[in-house]
Ligand binder design. Structure first.
Ligand SMILES: O=C(O)c1ccccc1NCC(=O)[C@H](O)[C@H](O)COP(=O)(O)O
Length: 212
């Protein structure tokens, strides 16, 4: 099965272009003000206009209200909405209201955390297994934290899914081999500092994906 990749937290034309040139299947735009990757409406519109139709635009949110979603949808021309810290009923309501594909982030540290995945059946279209960030962390994602990938070995996934959390070009092969992921998501692993993406690192990650 071919593996595809989402490059998340893009915020400049140069790094967005590197993701597109390297054949990313998805690009992620963050709409969460505490994040160093947060986009203004204007920047989101500027970036969204550069994305060709075959690359899917994913908006990343943390339990957003309707106004936040509407504003981002309009500016970012979003194909999918990735929801962190969002209850299944709220995810279902956003899906019904927007008609967009919904990705539900499930934060994982232990096997017990995986039980949340099934609660999104019927409410979301895809599960994003992401590493649980430390207690008190400013962000629920995008912190370069990985989880124990063996937890996903033999797990019965209730929905299509993607793997995230602390991925980089070096650990990618082990992550995919252990979990069987066919869609991977990276942010910190292609940055030189939080929020600052690097075109060379993006190219290296996508080359590693293509070599799997
Ligand atoms: O990236 C952010 O700043 C962010 C903020 C709030 C919620 C989620 C966020 N990122 C979600 C992602 O999709 C990241 O790509 C994912 O957590 C993996 O991040 P990393 O471990 O840094 O590769």
């Amino acid at each position: 099965m071919p593996v595809t990749a989402k490059i998340c937290g893009l915020s400049t034309p140069e790094t967005l272009d590197a993701a597109i040139a390297g054949s990313a299947s998805h690009v992620g735009f963050v709409f969460f003000p505490p994040s160093p990757r947060n986009l203004s409406r204007e920047r989101a519109a500027q970036l969204a206009a550069r994305v060709p139709g075959h690359v899917r635009r994913v908006g990343v949110f943390v339990d957003p209200d309707d106004a936040t979603v509407e504003s981002a949808l309009d500016a970012g021309l979003l194909d999918a909405l990735q929801l962190h810290d969002t209850a299944p009923a709220r995810a279902a309501a956003i899906k019904a209201k927007t008609g967009r594909e919904i990705w539900a982030a499930v934060a994982v540290r232990t096997a017990a955390d995986l039980a949340a995945a099934v609660t999104f059946a019927g409410a979301a279209d895809r599960i994003l297994y992401d590493a649980k960030t430390p207690p008190g962390a400013a962000l629920p994602g995008g912190m370069g934290v990985r989880f124990d990938w063996t937890l996903l070995e033999g797990f019965r996934h209730p929905l299509p899914w993607a793997l995230s959390g602390g991925l980089d070009p070096v650990n990618l092969r082990e992550a995919v081999t252990r979990t069987g992921a066919t869609l991977v998501d990276v942010s910190s692993g292609v940055e030189i500092s939080p929020g600052i993406k690097d075109a060379g690192k993006i190219a290296a990650f996508l080359a590693a994906v293509a070599s799997l």
